[in-house]
Design a protein around this ligand. Structure first.
Ligand code: NAD
Length: 298
């Protein structure tokens, strides 16, 4: 069966590095602070917000959370963004998704100060990432490769050589997860396949996913990836976070049918305890980096 890549353990090791980066930034007199902006009360966003709050507290980086009512008008949301842009105690800003339907996400993202845009959703940062010269790497995509790289190091494989002879298949093409994961795959000089839900029409998903030496799944569909979708010996990274009702209560599952795929993959990340914990620490790391960028640009 597959080696289980332990996201909690890897996040704990990364936390030690990030704590050292925080101390170094503080010693240089940089002001660190994360601000989150949420609109409405989406349960997934609320759960993510609690995780961020815990991680920021543990890593001793101030976190300020701004919450607007789900009925907030675009003018109010943009005013909140401008206020955070101008707040010297804030080095990084995260806008929680999803925003309510009546708000244009792109308009909100474009209002962010690009130097504070730690998830690289502003067009300038998204463009830099797509060009292979990122200012900031979005946390989830960064976590995906950090997990794989850490496992490769453990088994004594050189990541650059591994990626250059691999095909990376990314299932899901969202601006915040799928596309950044693809951009990073380009930078690693891997062969790349990107699919969205249309690949599943007519049952063709497996013809694409079975070609993946590395299979990254970010679709938000519980149990989407079965054994038949996976190349024997592939590295499977499950980004999905889905709340399912199993009769007695709710629990979190990924997009990968664990019981089937664990017997077929060479390595696999679990849900929970895989991508999520590393994502949270990475966000704090980028918030610290953003304080440095601000110092350099002002
Ligand atoms: P999204 O809904 O914005 O995008 C989903 C993508 O998957 C789309 O491109 C869609 O076309 C594709 N897709 C949907 N059904 C498919 C199918 N049957 N076959 C192939 N492709 C399909 O979602 P997102 O924001 O990218 O998030 C994806 C998942 O990752 C969700 O479960 C989310 O909760 C989770 N997530 C986890 C983290 C983390 O830190 N671990 C962070 C962000 C999102």
């Amino acid at each position: 069966t597959a080696h289980v890549i332990d996201g909690r353990k890897i996040a704990a090791a990364l936390s030690e590095e990030v704590a050292a980066e925080r101390d170094a930034a503080a010693a240089r007199g940089e002001r660190l602070g994360l601000a989150t902006l949420s609109v409405g009360d989406d349960p997934a966003a609320a759960a993510y917000l609690r995780r961020i709050d815990r991680t920021a507290a543990r890593l001793r980086v101030p976190h300020r959370s701004v919450t607007l009512a789900g009925s907030a008008r675009i003018e109010e949301v943009l005013a909140a963004v401008h206020e955070l842009n101008g707040d010297p105690s804030v080095s990084g800003i995260l806008v929680l998704r999803p925003l309510p339907e009546h708000l244009d996400e792109a308009e909100v993202f474009a209002a962010l100060d690009p130097v504070k845009d730690v998830e690289a959703v502003h067009p300038e940062n998204a463009g830099l990432l797509a060009l292979g010269t990122p200012r900031y790497v979005p946390s989830t995509a960064a976590a995906v490769y950090h997990l794989v790289d850490t496992w490769l190091a453990e088994i004594g494989e050189e990541p650059s050589a591994f990626y250059r002879r691999s095909r990376i298949v990314v299932v899901g093409r969202s601006n915040n997860v799928g596309k950044p994961a693809v951009s990073l795959a380009y930078a690693k000089q891997a062969a790349v396949t990107s699919v969205d839900e249309w690949a599943s029409v007519g049952g063709r998903l497996g013809t694409h996913t079975r070609r993946g030496d590395v299979l990254i799944v970010a679709a938000g569909v519980p149990g989407l990836i079965r054994a038949e979708h996976v190349r024997a010996g592939a590295v499977v990274v499950d980004v999905g976070i889905n709340v399912v009702d199993d009769g007695g209560g709710s629990r979190i599952v990924g997009d990968v049918a664990w019981d089937e795929v664990v017997g077929r993959a060479r390595a696999i990340t679990p849900v929970p305890g895989g991508v999520g914990p590393v994502t949270d620490v990475w966000l704090i790391r980028t918030t610290i980096l953003a304080a440095r960028h601000r110092t350099e640009t002002t």
